[in-house]
Design a protein around this ligand. Sequence first.
Ligand SMILES: NC(=O)c1ccc[n+]([C@@H]2O[C@H](COP(=O)([O-])OP(=O)(O)OC[C@H]3O[C@@H](n4cnc5c(N)ncnc54)[C@H](OP(=O)(O)O)[C@@H]3O)[C@@H](O)[C@H]2O)c1
Length: 360
Amino acid sequence: MGPIPQGGTVAVTGSAGFIGGWMVRLLLGKGYRVRACVRDVDDLTKTAFLRAMPGYAAGRLTLHSADLDEAGCFDEIFKGCHGVAHISHVSTYTDQDYVQKVYDHIINSVNLSQTVSRIVVTSSIAAVIGETDIQELVRRPVCDEDRYPDEGNPNRSAEGGQGYSMGKVLLEQAFSDAAEASGRWDAITCCPGDNIGPILAAHQKEAGPWQHNVETMLLGEYTVNVIGAYRNWWTVDVRDTAEAHIRMLESDDVKNGQRFIAWSTESRDVKDVCASIDRLLPELGFAGANIIDPLPEPVKEKEAVLRAVWGGCELRNDRIRNTLCMEFRPLDVSIRDCVESLLSVGHVKPKLKPDFELQA
Ligand SMILES: NC(=O)c1ccc[n+]([C@@H]2O[C@H](COP(=O)([O-])OP(=O)(O)OC[C@H]3O[C@@H](n4cnc5c(N)ncnc54)[C@H](OP(=O)(O)O)[C@@H]3O)[C@@H](O)[C@H]2O)c1
């Protein structure tokens, strides 16, 4: 029970993903041994970037196939590990029994390992705010670690679109309860905001959704999010999210069941995010994007009201800054680096103004 030793061994689920990929890279940079878990190690479209990382050829980074849907898939991988970062998604959030089953078998593998002393689980701000009734945000506007979605609302259900939020609340509870029962390891939760920043491999531009949103902007068309209608982007740089996970694994000052929101508290409307691209990279000659609002008329009519509710929310990151000494990159840096990586790594061909062309 407690922090992992410097240079110890850490297993990372979801290593081919946006956050998981950065977690692997930063752990290697800090001298750890890393077991990167992906669904299929032979899928080179998703694993070539991991194989190219320093540490792979020498064996400090190893790759492992594990499909979360198969019980026991982590039994051998976690043996000998000091820490686990459980970052990956599950196959679906609509069936909460399935979600619980997956958590149970990851927990079994941690227990079986006899060596894991700490696990960090990746939750979401959807486990902080995930309201069926937006007025709940007016009643409780402070968005910090003590806030949870209104579990008492009778309309809160997976079928009603709350499955992701419910699955993340379940994740936090399931792992901290199991850790307490084991007495051998502890579970700390990271709730990241909207992740943006550089992709490490081309396939990551399709996920997100935030880096994918920037991709669609670059291509000239952006469709407004239906979920959380008219909410500003509440961002965190993906590199800061990964750094926060590592600090949670290393810290002496955290305790089982504690949760940390990882976001910079910067907030920006999507039109301003889009306009930022030309402001930050005038040399590119980005032509701008057509912003499409697919929301039904009754929702559109409430745009000003909804924006006022979101705007009244108070985003807090005191806990992560005070306990883990986290500093967050400015959103401008994340947008610039995201765009540059989408062009250079993702080979996105942006819509440009006349007389501009991409450097060959
Ligand atoms: N991105 C954000 O803004 C954001 C915000 C808040 C919270 N989060 C949380 O952060 C975590 C990572 O997000 P991300 O943006 O990095 O997602 P991502 O790029 O889509 O990566 C998620 C990974 O999950 C893995 N996965 C999905 N189903 C799996 C299964 N059945 N078995 C094994 N692996 C499976 C996939 O592995 P393969 O590629 O190997 O198939 C994928 O690489 C998620 O838990 C998400 O809820 C993300």
